[in-house]
Ligand binder design. Structure first.
Ligand SMILES: C[S@@+](CC[C@H](N)C(=O)[O-])C[C@H]1O[C@@H](n2cnc3c(N)ncnc32)[C@H](O)[C@@H]1O
Length: 218
């Protein structure tokens, strides 16, 4: 069996240089996040943007739910890929970053497509379930401690054959480093095992960005 290539910064740059071009407002968000210092690591990677773009473009996805929006890069990416009649519900509890995200959505003429709900995501998810809302795609990228709860609640919200995509499931490679016994590493490992043995979905992990789990609801 051939060994897989390790993705370093140079290869990541090569991949980005030879992939889909970003929209000007996506570029603006990335520049804005770069100035935030360490916290910029919160945003999804450019290759993850392209992956989300392509799965939306090549499918019949019209309704998207995002859990964890930050300054808006992933939400804007998905909204731009949606058809005209598409819509996206974005959940985040942070007022300041949500305001920044909203400004970017407006600048990209996506404010009518994206509804941002600012409160703890578990509360919003329960509201959405009570309102019998349904989505074609759920993207989970918020606090890792709640990943299992987000995944279970998302299963009540996603249609059959719909997708749940979860970020950071390789956790900078720490998932395979047994010496890493911190709470978050253990959490992500347990989460990955839970999803892998879940009979309600079929799933795979892609080494895109910090690792994306892609689960299809059966
Ligand atoms: C990794 S960032 C999301 C990055 C975003 N997807 C992007 O592409 O820029 C995680 C976000 O989850 C939000 N968050 C953390 N805990 C939350 C909670 N309990 N409810 C709602 N949002 C939460 C944070 O405020 C933060 O904006």
């Amino acid at each position: 069996m051939g060994s897989n290539i390790a993705i370093n910064e140079k290869i990541e740059k090569y991949i980005n240089d030879n992939s889909i071009k970003l929209n000007p407002i996506q570029k603006e968000i990335i520049l804005y996040n770069n100035d935030l210092g360490d916290i910029k690591r919160m945003q999804i990677s450019i290759s993850q943007c392209h992956f989300l773009h392509l799965i939306i473009k090549t499918s019949k996805i019209e309704r998207v739910l995002e859990i964890g929006t930050f300054t808006g890069l992933s939400a804007l990416t998905m909204s731009l890929a949606l058809p005209k009649n598409g819509s996206l519900v974005a959940l985040d509890k942070n007022l300041n970053t949500s305001k920044v995200a909203k400004d970017f959505f407006k600048k990209a003429n996506q404010e009518d497509k994206i509804k941002l709900i600012i409160k703890p995501a578990l509360e919003s998810l329960k509201d959405l379930i009570n309102n019998n809302e349904k989505f074609d795609l759920v993207f989970i990228d918020a606090d890792k401690e709640n990943y299992k709860k987000y995944y279970d609640l998302s299963l009540d919200l996603v249609k059959i054959n719909g997708l749940i995509v979860i970020d950071n499931v390789l956790w900078h490679g720490d998932v395979i480093n047994k010496k890493k016994k911190d709470k978050l590493s253990i959490n992500i490992r347990n989460f990955n095992s839970y999803v892998n043995s879940d009979k309600r979905t079929e799933s795979l992990i892609l080494p895109v960005g910090d690792g994306l789990a892609v689960c299809r609801k059966l």
